[in-house]
Write a protein that binds this ligand. Structure first.
Ligand code: GDD
Ligand code: MN
Length: 420
């Protein structure tokens, strides 16, 4: 047992900082801290940093109280350093090694990645280990992660649920499917090498590796972001048995799932931007861009048909009892207008809205639509006359006329090259 200054001078360098984000983990947290203590290798100085988002079940204060009991002289091998601002610390010297426990309190629940980032910046260890608080990540695996990272400090050591020797206990089929789909999405859309569990929440990494990554602080999957952003990093995976939480509830909900899709998309974009451009890439992107515009143009066309039909139908029927020719004329006018607006904003992403030039574009768009209608009629006539069945003729005529509309609008209305 030591006091004040003596204690601080006795602080040896911390080897491992174990970061544990918590939200409503009151039933797990103290057991977990004890289990971690028991599983730490003898020669490792470690700190455990609990990052709590003001859990309503009092997780943060439970840890705080625990730290305070360590202050009690009767408590063996543990000493309380004191509370400063929003952090508390307890330190113990277990024979030759240091074990420190700290809690970082955050005012509101603000997501997993920011909590982990807070924990990392509050930590001092040379190496970082991240894990969940709900015993899904067995503390018995910690020494293996520690050993492997020390063996190769430039690598990332990941505890994997999806390799030979791993298993998952207690997850319903739906949750399993969700997780494996998330893994598949990540592996197919991002360049992350051959890793079986890129969204694991249980891994170890050197501080200097993680501190070189600019993490977006959005979403749930910090590992995925690190894997995308640290180019060519070696990954060592360790199998383990993931056990569904013993108590409390999962915080994974629909918004987390949507967040996930969004963050994979952002990482995908990140990968595209940071990759050196090759000729085949540019070509591929031109064709993707062209096809996506074609797709959008046809989608807009389809909404136009629906709008046209609905307006013509409603006007000529119930409300106004308009003459059907008038009703259809209004339907056509409105759908041409909505088509124009949608194509301008969405298909061609044209952000110029000066009145004069927009009206000119609108006039051109409407004229091309009229031309398209005439072309469609003409083609239909020719096809049917040459003996092609009416349905087939109609499909060909519509396809050709609308392709012509697309190309003319791309070039003349929105001033784009046909192919760029
Ligand atoms: N501070 C803080 N803030 N902690 C949080 C928050 C938050 O907003 N949300 C969750 N946590 C804590 C939980 O208390 C737990 O310790 C850990 O983060 C993981 O949360 P769970 O709710 O248990 O996640 P899970 O078991 O559904 O998800 C597991 O699988 C994912 C991949 O499928 C975890 O291992 C994730 O880390 C993993 O990415
Ligand atoms: Mn969990």
């Amino acid at each position: 047992m030591f006091q004040g200054g003596e204690l601080i001078s006795k602080f040896k360098e911390i080897d491992f900082s174990i970061i544990i984000p918590t939200y409503n983990e009151s039933e797990n947290i103290l057991n977990l801290i004890d289990a971690i203590k028991c599983n730490l290798p003898d020669n490792i100085n470690a700190e455990v940093i609990i990052v709590d988002d003001n859990s309503p079940d009092g997780t943060g204060s439970i840890v705080e109280d625990y730290i305070r009991t360590c202050e009690n002289p009767g408590y063996s091998g543990c000493s309380y350093l004191g509370s400063s601002g929003n952090e508390s610390t307890a330190t113990g010297d277990f024979e030759s090694r240091i074990f420190r426990l700290r809690v970082v309190h955050r005012k509101i629940k603000f997501g997993l990645i920011p909590a982990i980032l807070n924990g990392i910046s509050a930590s001092t260890g040379k190496y970082i280990l991240i894990m969940d608080a709900d015993f899904s990540h067995p503390p018995e695996t910690i020494p293996i992660l520690i050993r492997e990272l020390i063996r190769d400090p430039d690598s990332i050591v990941v505890a994997s649920r999806y390799m030979l020797g791993s298993s998952i206990k207690g997850w319903p089929y739906k949750r399993r499917l969700l997780s494996t789909s998330a893994v598949k999405i990540a592996k197919h859309s991002l360049r992350i090498g051959n890793i079986s569990d890129p969204i694991s929440g249980f891994f170890a990494i050197s501080r200097n590796v993680v501190e070189n990554v600019n993490i977006d602080s959005m979403g749930y999957k910090i590992l995925l972001e690190i894997l995308v952003k640290v180019k060519g990093v070696r990954v060592k995976e360790i199998p383990y048995t993931f056990v569904d939480r013993r108590s409390g509830t999962s915080k994974l909900d629909l918004s987390v799932a949507l967040d996930y899709i969004r963050s994979v998309w952002r990482l995908y974009r990140y990968g595209q931007q940071s990759r050196p451009k090759q000729k085949s890439d540019t070509e591929k992107r031109s064709s993707v861009r062209f096809l996506s515009k074609v797709g959008r143009f046809y989608t807009v066309g389809a909404t136009g048909l629906v709008i046209n039909f609905l307006i013509s139908y409603v006007l000529s029927n119930s409300i106004t009892n308009m003459w059907y020719i008038h009703a259809t004329t209004v339907g056509i006018a409105i759908s041409v207008t909505t088509n124009f607006v949608l194509n301008k904003i969405w298909t061609f992403e044209d952000k110029q809205f000066q009145l004069g030039s927009t009206l000119r574009q609108y006039g051109l768009f409407a004229s091309i639509s009229a031309l398209g209608a005439a072309l469609q009629l003409g083609l239909l006539y020719i096809f049917v006359q040459s003996g092609i069945q009416f349905g087939l003729s109609l499909i060909f005529a519509v396809a050709l006329a609308s392709a012509n509309n697309f190309l003319l609008n791309k070039k003349f209305t929105f001033h784009e090259k046909i192919w760029d």
